[in-house]
Design a protein around this ligand. Structure first.
Ligand SMILES: C[S@@+](CC[C@H](N)C(=O)[O-])C[C@H]1O[C@@H](n2cnc3c(N)ncnc32)[C@H](O)[C@@H]1O
Length: 461
C-alpha cells in the first residue's frame, strides 16, 4: 500500500488554503462540508468563492508569509506559483502540519481522494496520484451502488447504537440485529426513500426484535431502450439487488446480465401477436413473489409509464401493504431519436413533440390525425411498423405534405440499430421488401432532415 488511508476530523478546526482560484474553490467547498474553519490567503480571490462561501471563510488579501504557517490543523497550497507552493510544503512539513500541494504529489504529506459522500458514510478512492481520471470513473461506479438512502440508514443506526447496547449486551446478538437491519426490508425502505417506514421498522426491530422480514417489495423499473449504459443508477442498483427479475422481450440481455447470478429471471414477455403471459397473471405473479418475501424487480423496456402498462401492474399491489416503487427509464422516443441524431425539438423545425401508439387494431390505426398534422410538431409513433402504410396515408390525407421527412429506427440504441429515412410518400414502399426487425420507432417531422448531419452512433463499432 503506497499511502495509509485515514479520515481526519476537521469539525471547527482551523485550516489554511493558500491561493483562491478554481482549484482552491473545490478544496474550500469540501473542507467546509467537513466543518473546517477556513482562512484563505491570496492577493485576489475568485468571485465565485466569495459568492458561494464569502460568509463562511476568512480572506486575507495578501501574499503568503512564513509566519502564516502556524496555528493550522491542515494546509492546502493551491497557488499558481511553484516557488510559493514549495515553500509552503517545506514549512508545513517542518512544523508537522499535514500539507497538500495541488497536483504536486512529491510536495504533499497527504493526498485527497475521490469522494462519495453519503454522510455519515464516506467512501474515498485513491490511485495514489497515478490515475485520477480512473479514480473518478470508479467513484461513478460505486456511487451507483451506494444509494443516498444508505446515509440515512447509517444516521438512524447511530441514533440507536446506545439503546441497542443497553437492550442487548451480547455482542453476537447485537451483530445479528444489525445484520437484519442492513440486509433486508429496512435497508430497502431507506434506499427507496420510504424513510418513515424504514425508521418505524428499525425501531420495531430494536424494541421488539421484530421486522416485517416476511414481506418483500416490488420495484417497477424502466430498463431504457436497449443500451445498458442508459440505465439510471437507481435501476442498476435495484437490478443488482433483486431476488427475482420479471422481464419482457424489450429488455436487452446486457441489462438482464446485470442481475445477480443466483437471482431468478422470469420471462413474461409479449410479442405483438402472442401474449406469453396474460397481463392479469403477470400482476398476480408479482404479488405472490413479493408475498413470499422476495425483492421483485419488474423490468420494463424504456419507461414503465410510457406505453408500458406500468400502472396496471401496480394497481393490485396498491391494495396490499407490500411496498412498491417506480423507477423511470429512458423512453424509446428519447433514446432512439438521440442515437439516430434526430433532435425531437429544434428551434428551426419543431416546437412541440407528441408520442402516440400506432398499434393496428381491427386493421386500422385509431389516432387523432388532425391533431398530428399541426405544423412545427414532431410526431413519434411507437408500435407503428405494421401500420406504417396506413399511418403515412392518413397523415397525408389530413394535410401533412407528402414530402414530410420520416424515419424508422430499428432496434434503436443497440449494436443492431438501423435508421431508414424517406418521405411520407415514399418510405412505406421503400421498406416493403426489406426485412425489418422489431422493435421499431417512427419519427415524423422536419427534424428528421437533421439525421444526415447529426448521425453519430455506429452500432457496429
Ligand atoms: C409496448 S411499447 C413500450 C415502450 C416503452 N415503455 C418505452 O418507454 O420506450 C414498445 C414499443 O416501444 C418502441 N421501442 C422500444 N424500444 C425500442 C428500441 N430499442 N428501438 C426502437 N423502438 C423501440 C417500439 O415502438 C416498440 O414497439
Amino acid at each position: 500500500m503506497e499511502n495509509y488511508p485515514i479520515f481526519i476530523n476537521l469539525q471547527d478546526q482551523p485550516c489554511l488554503v493558500v491561493g483562491a482560484g478554481t482549484v482552491a474553490l473545490r478544496k474550500i467547498r469540501l473542507q467546509l462540508q467537513a466543518g473546517a474553519k477556513i482562512t484563505v490567503i491570496a492577493p485576489t480571490i475568485d468571485p465565485q468563492i466569495l459568492e458561494e462561501f464569502g460568509d463562511h471563510i476568512t480572506h486575507l488579501a495578501r501574499v503568503f508569509e512564513t509566519q502564516d504557517i502556524t496555528g493550522y490543523r491542515l494546509i492546502t497550497a493551491a497557488t499558481n506559483d511553484p516557488e510559493v507552493n514549495a515553500k509552503i510544503s517545506t514549512l508545513a512539513m517542518a512544523a508537522n502540519v499535514p500539507v497538500n500541494v495541488v497536483d504536486q504529489p512529491e510536495l504533499c504529506s497527504f493526498i485527497t481522494p475521490a469522494i462519495i459522500d453519503r454522510s455519515p458514510i464516506t467512501i474515498a478512492i485513491s490511485t495514489g496520484g497515478a490515475a485520477p481520471v480512473l479514480a473518478k470513473h470508479l467513484r461513478a461506479q460505486i456511487e451507483a451502488l451506494v444509494s443516498p438512502g444508505l446515509g440515512k440508514l447509517a444516521q438512524q443506526m447511530r441514533l440507536l447504537r446506545n439503546r441497542v447496547a443497553e437492550l442487548i449486551p451480547q455482542e453476537t446478538l447485537r451483530r445479528r440485529l444489525w445484520e437484519g437491519a442492513v440486509n433486508g426490508p429496512i435497508r430497502d425502505h431507506f434506499e427507496a426513500g420510504r424513510d418513515q417506514l424504514g425508521i418505524d421498522t428499525l425501531n420495531e426491530l430494536v424494541e421488539h426484535g421484530k421486522t416485517k422480514l416476511g414481506s418483500g417489495s416490488v420495484s417497477l423499473v424502466g430498463a431504457g431502450p436497449g443500451d445498458p449504459d442508459l440505465l439510471t443508477f437507481k435501476a442498476l442498483r435495484l437490478i443488482q439487488q433483486a431476488d427475482v427479475v420479471l422481464h419482457d422481450r424489450l429488455v436487452s440481455d446486457e441489462v438482464l446480465n446485470l442481475s445477480r447470478r443466483d437471482a431468478d429471471r422470469i420471462y413474461v414477455g409479449k410479442r405483438r401477436t402472442d401474449h406469453a403471459v396474460p397481463q392479469g397473471e403477470i400482476n398476480e405473479l408479482i404479488l405472490s413473489l413479493a408475498q413470499e418475501g422476495k425483492n421483485v424487480v419488474r423490468l420494463k423496456g424504456g419507461d414503465p409509464f410510457i406505453f408500458g402498462r406500468g400502472g396496471e401492474e401496480l394497481e393490485l399491489l396498491s391494495e396490499t401493504d407490500i411496498p412498491f416503487q417506480i423507477v423511470p427509464g429512458v423512453t424509446a422516443a428519447s433514446g432512439c431519436a438521440t442515437y439516430a441524431g434526430i433532435p425531437l425539438t429544434h428551434r428551426d423545425h419543431a416546437q412541440s413533440c407528441v408520442f402516440v401508439t400506432g398499434h393496428l387494431k381491427n386493421g386500422t390505426v385509431n389516432l387523432d390525425w388532425q391533431g398530428l398534422t399541426v405544423p412545427h410538431q414532431t410526431v413519434v409513433i411507437y408500435m407503428g411498423l405494421v401500420g406504417l402504410p396506413i399511418i403515412c396515408a392518413q397523415l397525408m390525407k389530413h394535410g401533412m405534405p407528402n414530402s414530410t421527412p420520416i424515419a424508422l429506427i430499428e432496434r434503436g440504441t443497440t449494436k443492431n440499430q438501423r435508421v431508414f429515412t424517406g418521405t411520407l410518400a415514399c418510405l412505406p414502399q421503400a421498406l416493403a421488401n426489406k426485412e425489418i426487425h422489431a422493435p421499431t420507432l417512427i419519427v415524423v417531422g422536419s427534424v428528421v432532415s437533421l439525421h444526415e448531419k447529426l448521425a453519430w452512433f455506429d452500432g457496429a463499432s
